[in-house]
Write a protein that binds this ligand. Structure first.
Ligand code: EPZ
Length: 406
């Protein structure tokens, strides 16, 4: 019950921070979430020689003028999935990059073949050996790139590599997520010439030099959605401030279909209970469809909906590790290929459960809020990668949630 303000976006932050390597002047980035993925990128940029001043909850200033490095070892890249953006940023900065394959959530095979295809099209030679990607280009030159699959990471990485490539690059079948648009806006505030972000064709006219800037990243679409789901799960009357309602339309529509009251204002969304919550069918899609990152928390909510729901995961083939944990809490769930069949139950019970990936963690927090009794959630470091002080936010809304050292 009450009001909460959402943090800046994780998936935009991890794209914008490496982009500061594309110029040799200070870039100040505001509204960054104070999360592990941001801390990991700060360490990586400092090790590359960039000067980084960070005031948590305030701003981050990166001055890459002294950055001479282009090697990012595994002990650093394994800390976050988005470390592969260093490939595009370093290729865009100096035409060479040696970056170990990333870490990140185990939700599927997560190849980067499309990223590498884009780099080769821009003139880079790629060697892939010993868990490292070695990329080198005498000169980055523009090209047309048609992605075989819609890939957020691939789109972002090619934007980073193409920003200073000579000529006009066109990305076809580009991803359209809000953080793609945010990165384009950041690059353009540095003097880049990126057009069409948010559509499936992005045109980038390479420029020789980029300059510093001050930029405020957009709010976190997935944290906003997680808080909306948590409000519905606890039948609370919650207003989420500082969000962008148009980013949330797919989820808002599903909550309304369930019978939850959702009211949109300019920069806030109010979620209220309205009687029973009906079962619905969900199919994850690329933006603006239902986000795969909300599939897991939504599955938790549907465990106590009235009727049988289905959740089909079309993006990642193994994004189901939270199901076993939900079953421990009394959920009636069956997995058939990539579709979860959920029979709503009247009651769920607290239990000791283990987090396996970031959004599975969010799903278990939502389930814990719904369940009778105490739920102990282990391996919470996954959650801290993508949610800023989630227990403080939920406690301020009346949740009985606390973190304990074991
Ligand atoms: C980004 O992952 C996000 N991560 C994910 O959020 C998000 O779930 C995903 O986009 C989809 O929205 C970050 O932004 C750091 P993709 P990414 O490339 O870039 C296949 C979270 O919880 N593919 O859009 O890895 C791939 O296997 C995380 O915040 C290729 O085949 O996603 C997948 O099936 C989890 N070849 C599909 O495309 C490639 O070269 C979409 O992947 C690249 C991707």
């Amino acid at each position: 019950m009450g009001d909460i303000t959402v943090s800046g976006g994780k998936n935009t932050a991890v794209a914008v921070i490496p982009a500061a390597l594309l110029c040799n002047a200070p870039c100040t980035i505001e509204n960054l979430p104070d999360i592990e993925d941001v801390h990991a990128l700060i360490d990586i940029l400092r090790d590359l020689g960039a000067k980084v001043d960070y005031v948590p909850d305030r701003s981050l200033t990166v001055d890459a003028s002294g950055a001479t490095g282009y090697h990012v070892p595994f002990f650093q890249t394994k800390r976050l999935r988005a470390s592969y953006y260093l490939l595009g940023a370093l290729l865009g900065r100096c035409g060479k990059a040696e970056v170990a394959y990333p870490g990140g959530c185990d939700i599927g095979s997560r190849p980067i073949d499309q990223h590498l295809k884009g780099f080769v099209a821009l003139g880079a030679k790629i060697e892939d050996r010993g868990g490292m990607v070695y990329a080198k280009a005498d000169r980055m030159t523009a090209n047309d790139i048609f992605f075989d699959v819609v890939t957020v990471g691939g789109t972002i990485n090619v934007m980073l590599a193409a920003a200073r490539a000579e000529g006009n690059t066109v990305i076809y079948n580009a991803a359209k997520e809000p953080h793609i648009v945010d990165l384009a806006n950041f690059l353009n505030s540095m003097g880049a010439r990126v057009k069409g972000a948010g559509t499936d064709v992005i045109r980038i006219r390479g420029v020789k030099e980029l300059h510093g800037c001050t930029y405020t990243v957009i709010p976190d679409q997935i944290e906003t959605g997680t808080l909306m789901i948590a409000a519905a799960a606890t039948r609370g009357d919650v207003t989420i401030h500082g969000c962008i309602p148009t980013h949330m339309e797919a989820l808002s529509a599903k909550l309304l279909e369930m019978g939850v009251r959702v009211t949109e204002n300019d920069d806030s969304i109010r979620v209220r209970p309205q009687g029973e919550q009906r079962a619905v069918n969900i199919k994850t899609q690329v933006y603006p469809g239902f986000p795969t990152d909300l599939q897991q928390p939504m599955t938790s909510l549907l465990c106590m909906a009235n009727g049988v729901s289905t959740v089909s995961e079309t993006i990642f083939e193994q994004r189901f590790k939270h199901l076993d944990e939900l079953r421990r809490m009394g959920a009636k769930i069956r997995l058939m290929d990539r579709t979860v069949l959920i029979e709503g139950v009247r009651e769920m019970y607290g239990a000791p459960v283990t987090v396996t990936d970031l959004r599975a963690g969010a799903a278990l927090v939502v389930a814990g809020l719904m369940a009778k009794g105490v739920t102990e959630i282990y391996e919470t470091s996954y959650i801290d990668r993508g949610y800023e002080r989630i227990e403080e936010k939920l406690r301020s809304l009346g949740a009985d949630i606390r973190r304990e050292k074991i």
